[in-house]
Design a protein around this ligand. Structure first.
Ligand code: GLY
Length: 425
């Protein structure tokens, strides 16, 4: 099977590694890719923008691919999966209409209301709302304000703050971008990222993971795309995954079918687990980054066959998923000044950076001298695996110590609260 992956991050590097390990894969291609991917796939760096459907169809035709796997949300929301399907390709990824579950938080709320899924109370403020109405709406929320950019923000458009003035400032900033704002009640409780393969009404969960979204240790600093993640979750009740599937993902999948926009691809349920169980924080229409990196490190089921079964509508016929009996963890190495204004072009060194068992690339490129350099905010994903979560942590942090990139930083406490038994429900 010839496979084209669209995307360039650590998530796509993990997908390529998983796809390459499946004997059903004959040939791998990626666009636009990054500097770490050329050992696994042919990199098409200049095939056009990933949300340009015509360019992606042209590439798929040129390489005569059998399956296209779309990683990021931007091409999904732009309807690139539809363009590829219309051109006759099998695609892993939802249609543009179904991807609105991520593209519009208002749409996601409507689907949840119809499906009877528990989620935060929300109100939308469109650009141009009079100041007095913005103030009055803010007064209906708090003492912790959750202010979301109701457009595509890659997980970075959310401000959670006890400071009303900071909440108001973010409302103004999002309106300044021309996007609506969603104000939400604050959901208390540890977060779970549950990824489900969805093919119509068939829902197959992967292992549950937890992301660390703040930039610095102890959940301090600005929100990021994610600074590290681990799986599985020792603190989640035994029936936790099944409850999220039954109470969230299956009702949503059925509601999408009922609306005439069946879901096909990966549905990412961002959950807060409180005393009543799972509440939805958000949905994404794609694999999460960086949670995918540790999850796929433990998946033993051949990945290409699995994703192709979703693309061809035969997921229900697949055998149960098989997983390594272990823990896995990813630590993100970020560029100086990420997420505000990441410094690019810094030289990365350390022999381990070419070992995809330990290091997956995100924002990397080669400079004119052929050196590996940083080219984005999240630069590398260091993956650790072990019999215990502590062992997985030791593995990842031993690797990160072998890498240098001037000014870069990483969190030291990925999975630490779980290891120390500090997460309570
Ligand atoms: N880990 C957060 C995201 O993928 O949006």
């Amino acid at each position: 099977m010839r496979i084209l992956v669209i995307g360039s991050g650590g998530r796509e590097h993990a997908l390529l590694k998983g796809l390459a390990a499946d004997p059903a894969t004959s040939d791998l291609h990626v666009t636009p890719g990054n500097a770490g991917m050329s050992d696994l796939a042919t990199v098409h760096a200049d095939a056009g923008k990933v949300d340009d459907g015509a360019a992606m169809v042209a590439l798929a035709r040129r390489i005569e691919t059998d399956l296209v796997v779309i990683g990021p949300e931007i091409p999904l929301v732009a309807g690139v999966a539809d363009d590829l399907r219309e051109a006759g390709f099998r695609v892993f990824g939802p249609s543009g209409e179904a991807a609105q579950i991520e593209g519009s938080k208002k749409f996601a709320k409507e689907v949840m209301a119809q499906a009877g899924v528990k989620t935060a109370r929300a109100e939308q403020l469109v650009p141009g709302t009079p100041e007095a109405e913005i103030e009055a709406t803010l007064d209906r929320f708090g003492p912790t304000w959750v202010v979301k950019d109701d457009g595509l923000a890659g997980g970075k458009g959310v401000v959670v703050t006890p400071d009303r003035a900071a909440a108001l400032e973010h409302v103004r900033a999002v309106h300044g971008l021309g996007n609506p704002v969603l104000l939400e009640s604050f959901l208390n409780g540890p977060e779970v990222s549950l990824f489900c393969l969805v093919d119509g009404e068939t829902v197959v969960p992967l292992l549950p993971a937890q992301d660390h979204k703040r930039a610095y240790d102890n959940d301090e600093g600005p929100n990021t795309g994610g600074m590290g993640a681990y799986t599985p979750l020792p603190w989640l009740p035994e029936e936790g995954v099944q409850r999220i599937v039954d109470e969230v993902c299956v009702p949503v999948a059925k509601e999408m079918v009922r609306r005439g926009t069946p879901y096909s691809g990966l549905l990412y349920a961002g959950i807060a687990w409180d005393a009543d169980g799972p509440w939805v924080v958000e949905f994404n229409a794609r694999f999460g980054d960086p949670e995918t990196q540790p999850i796929l490190a433990l998946l033993e089921t051949p990945l290409a066959t699995l994703l192709d079964s979703v693309a061809s509508g035969t997921l229900a016929e697949q055998p149960p998923l098989e997983w390594a009996d272990a823990y896995a963890l990813t630590v993100v190495l970020a560029a100086e000044d990420y997420p505000a204004a990441p410094r690019t072009g810094g030289v990365i060194s350390g022999d381990v950076v070419t070992d995809p068992e330990k290091v997956l690339h995100a924002g990397t490129a080669r400079n004119e001298a052929g050196e590996l350099v940083s080219a984005g905010g999240r630069v590398l994903n260091i993956v650790g695996v072990g019999a215990t979560l502590e062992d997985a942590r030791d593995d990842a942090y031993a690797t990160i110590g072998q890498i240098t990139l001037e000014g870069s930083f990483y969190r030291n406490d990925i999975a630490l609260p779980a290891v120390e038994g500090k997460i309570s429900l």
